[in-house]
Design a protein around this ligand. Structure first.
Ligand SMILES: *Cc1c(COP(=O)(O)O)cnc(C)c1O
Length: 414
């Protein structure tokens, strides 16, 4: 990359009060304690930027989501931290669709193809690049695994020191991956928000910048690129329904924000997909709040699910998730562990696509929404597989063979 592209990022705005903050220094929450949202001069951009021209950018200079630079906060090419991002494919899972009785289309946006094997690369790639522009050298976060992995990878690439605090039952591969990529990682006998409390308590003394979900404004900007990318891939249209595995909700909030920005730019029209926030029955604070008609969610006590990425008992952006779901005419749906496991097997056996448990939860929820008539049989449905299925423990169903004994067809019949 040579000259930096035009930048339209103007200021930050408190998501609750609308109060404005300048963007010339690093921020965490707004002074009132709410997530901050990045705002752009879309009016100006509309007159200057051609959607199709930037969509066609060379993937070497502008890998993956970096092609949308004008809609992103990073100003200077020198701060862009890249690990070779790609546009993630929309996998058309036709046989799975037929099995669940969907005649329309069941498209899986497979985010497992990104660096570090999850869509956390989008958020942390952006947050690390912005932190770099502010001269930050040490960052910390609580994580269920994938965010910490992306932080350590992008942090190391940017020459920063990173600290990750995980619940002690975080998938083994994630914990090791964090360390292997140069991050410092600690297992904690608590859940993610309790890990977050450690970051909060020690950040002054340790000189950390806190990159917890929604406690800084740029992970959302990275995650919103899922919304831009999917519109681009669907010829600047949107699907009828999006099923999103919801932990902190960054991606759902980010995509909703991207749709709004793209409409203002004249890139898409005003139709929106129904947004479905998917959680596991063992940790469904957003679903409870949605059903009760509340604006905020209560902390989930005793949270449990093997879909680690959505085991988030308390989300600071709960009201933003709930607003997007309500405005879209969607719903919040909780699915059981058994349904998640069955959905994972279904998609892998039918279409050869191994979903992560969180991704499988979206398939289970789509099936429930279809059965309940919340989406039509002809709908074009998009699921988010947010991480590679290979990062999670898989059942061993192999049989052992003794080659020194006769091997008969009966033995192979498993
Ligand atoms: C982090 C994560 C989620 C939840 O994403 P949010 O945007 O924080 O709600 C879902 N699935 C996987 C695999 C994750 O790593």
């Amino acid at each position: 990359m040579s000259a930096s592209p035009s930048n339209y990022f103007t200021h930050l705005e408190c998501s609750m009060t609308g109060a404005e903050l300048t963007n010339d220094q690093a921020h965490n929450l707004s002074p009132e304690g709410w997530p901050l949202l990045a705002r752009y001069d879309l009016e100006k951009m509309k007159g200057e930027i051609d959607r199709d021209e930037i969509a066609a950018r060379d993937a070497v200079c502008y890998p993956g989501f970096w092609k949308w630079r004008e809609l992103l906060p990073v100003k200077d090419n020198a701060h862009v931290t890249t690990l070779g991002e790609v546009d993630t494919p929309l996998v058309d899972t036709r046989k799975t669709a037929a099995k669940i009785g969907l005649k329309g289309a069941l498209l899986v946006k497979d985010e497992g193809r990104l660096p570090t094997g999850s869509f956390k690369a989008r958020g942390l790639g952006m947050a690390v690049s912005m932190a770099r522009s502010f001269g930050i050298e040490r960052m910390a976060m609580p994580t269920n695994g994938n965010a910490g992995a992306a932080l350590s990878a992008y942090g190391s690439a940017a020459g920063m020191e990173t600290y990750a605090f995980c619940p002690d039952d975080t998938p083994e591969i994630n914990v090791r991956e964090i360390a292997a990529q140069g991050g410092k990682v600690f297992r904690v006998n608590g859940l993610i928000h309790q890990c977050g409390a450690i970051v909060g308590a020690l950040k002054e003394e340790m000189g950390w910048f806190d990159v917890s979900t929604l406690k800084e404004p740029y992970r959302i900007e990275g995650k919103k690129t899922m919304g831009i990318e999917l519109a681009f891939q669907l010829g600047w249209t949107l699907p009828d329904a999006i099923f999103y595995p919801t932990g902190g909700g960054t991606g759902l909030i980010g995509m909703w924000k991207a749709f709004d920005e793209m409409e203002k730019l004249g890139w898409i029209r005003s139709e929106r997909p129904k947004m479905f926030a998917v959680q596991a029955e063992g940790c469904a604070p957003i679903v409870k709040a949605w059903e009760a008609g509340e604006e905020h969610a209560e902390e989930c006590i005793d949270a449990h699910t093997f879909a680690a990425g959505i085991r988030v008992p308390k989300a600071i952006g709960d009201f933003l998730i709930l607003r997007a779901v309500r405005e879209s005419g969607g719903a919040a749906i909780a699915v059981s562990e058994d349904r998640i496991e069955a959905a994972r097997t279904l998609c892998a056996h039918e279409d050869g696509l191994l979903l992560c448990p969180e991704g499988a939860a979206t398939l289970a929820a789509a099936q429930e929404a279809l059965d309940a008539g919340q989406i039509g049989k002809d709908a074009r449905v998009m699921l988010f597989n947010c991480g590679t299925g290979l990062k999670y423990p898989l059942a061993d169903t192999s049989r052992w063979l003794d080659r020194t004994q006769p091997i008969t067809p009966e033995l192979l019949n498993i």
